[in-house]
Design a protein around this ligand. Structure first.
Ligand code: UDP
Length: 315
C-alpha cells in the first residue's frame, strides 16, 4: 500500500509503541501522541533517530491538530486496573472528550479511524465465550466503571461518527495482551507474576485462582489490529487469543518459564473482577483471515528477557 501519514495516540504505551514499530516498518510516517500519564518515553527511545517518526507530547482531551493524516489509531487510555482506578477521572475524560477530539481529526482530514476498545465492554460475561453481539454485563457504578463505561461510550461515539459523518471507522475489542514493554509494575497478572517469579517473591493469586483469562501475545494482537484497520468492517471485532487459562494455571506457566521456585499466596479478589473471559474470534477469522499464532508458553519465553531487565530497573 502507498505510504501514509498515521497518527497513533497512546504511542508511548505498550500496544501503541509496538503499533508504531509495525507501521514504520511498513514505510509509513507516524506521529505518536501521548501525554505520558501511563506511557513511557523509554518505549519509543529506539525511534529517536527515525526520520519518519515524530513524538507529540499531547493530552488528547485538549483539541489538537497534528496536520494532515491519512489514518488515526486511537489507543490513548490508562489500561490496567491499577492505573485506571488511580486515574479514574482522566480515564473517563480520555474515553469521551479524547475520543471526540480524535474523531474530529479523522473527520477533518477524511482519514480512517480505529478505536481500541476492550473485552471489558462485556463486563462479567454471562455469555461464554464472548461474541461481539453480546451487549455485556457491566456494573455502571463499580470501581471498573471508569474504564468500562468510557470504552463503551467511545464505541457509541465511534459508531455515531460513522453513521452521521461517514467516517471510515473500526472498533477492535482487545482481550488480555502481554509481551515486552507491558508495564512491569502496572499490577496486571502477567507483569506481577513475571516480576514476582524473577525476584523470588511469592506469586499473588487474587481469590481462589479459578477465574479465567485468555492471553494474546503482542505481535499477534498488532497483526489483528492492522488487518482490521484495512478492512471494510465497521462493527466491533474481537481480537485476542481464545486459549483460556485459570489464573492458577497461568501462575504455574510463569513458574515453569522462569524456572522460579516462588511459592503461591492468596490475596483478596478485587470487586467486580470478571470470573471468566475468552474471545470468540470467528469474526476475526472470517473477516480478516486472522488467527493468533503464539501460545502462552512461547509468548512468556519471548517476554522473559524484557522482564529480567525490568527487575533491574523497577525498584
Ligand atoms: N490477578 C491475580 N494476581 C495478580 C494480578 C491479577 O490473581 O497479582 C488476577 C485478577 O484478579 C484478574 C486476573 O488476574 O482475575 C487478570 O487481572 P489483570 O489485572 O491482568 O487484568 P483484567 O483482565 O482483570 O483486566
Amino acid at each position: 500500500m502507498a505510504s501514509q501519514t498515521i497518527l497513533v495516540t497512546g504511542a508511548a504505551g505498550f500496544l501503541g509503541s509496538h503499533l508504531c514499530d509495525t507501521l514504520l516498518g511498513e514505510g509509513h510516517t507516524v506521529i505518536g501522541a501521548d501525554n505520558l500519564s501511563t506511557g513511557k518515553t523509554a518505549n519509543l527511545e529506539h525511534l529517536s533517530s527515525e526520520p519518519r517518526f515524530r513524538f507529540l507530547e499531547q493530552d488528547i482531551t485538549r483539541p489538537f491538530d497534528p496536520g494532515k493524516v491519512d489514518y488515526v489509531f486511537n489507543l490513548a487510555s490508562p489500561a490496567s486496573p491499577v492505573d485506571y482506578t488511580r486515574l479514574g477521572i482522566e480515564t473517563l475524560q480520555v474515553g469521551s472528550v479524547g475520543t471526540f477530539n480524535t474523531l474530529e481529526i479523522a473527520r477533518k482530514y477524511n482519514a480512517g479511524y480505529l478505536h481500541a476498545s476492550t473485552s471489558e465492554c462485556y463486563g462479567d460475561p454471562e455469555v461464554h465465550p464472548q461474541v461481539e453481539t453480546y451487549w455485556g454485563n457491566v456494573n455502571p457504578i463499580g470501581p471498573r466503571s471508569v474504564y468500562d463505561e468510557a470504552k463503551r461510550f467511545s464505541e457509541a461515539a465511534v459508531m455515531a461518527y460513522h453513521r452521521y459523518h461517514g467516517v471510515n471507522t473500526h472498533l477492535v475489542r482487545i482481550f488480555n495482551t502481554y509481551g515486552p514493554r507491558l508495564q512491569a509494575n502496572d499490577g496486571r497478572v502477567i507483569s506481577n507474576f513475571m516480576m514476582q517469579a524473577l525476584r523470588g517473591e511469592p506469586l499473588t493469586i487474587y481469590g481462589d485462582g479459578s477465574q479465567t483469562r485468555s492471553f494474546c501475545f503482542v505481535s499477534d494482537l498488532i497483526d489483528g489490529i492492522v488487518r482490521l484497520s484495512r478492512s471494510s468492517e465497521h462493527l466491533p471485532v474481537n481480537i485476542g487469543n481464545p486459549d483460556e487459562w485459570t489464573i492458577l494455571e497461568c501462575a504455574k506457566e510463569v513458574l515453569a518459564v522462569t524456572g522460579s521456585s516462588s511459592e503461591i499466596v492468596r490475596k483478596p479478589l478485587p470487586p467486580d473482577d470478571p470470573t471468566r473471559r475468552r474471545p470468540d474470534i470467528t469474526r476475526a477469522r472470517n473477516l480478516l483471515g486472522w488467527e493468533p499464532r503464539i501460545p502462552l508458553r512461547e509468548g512468556l519465553q519471548r517476554s522473559l528477557e524484557y522482564f529480567r531487565s525490568s527487575v533491574a530497573v523497577v525498584a
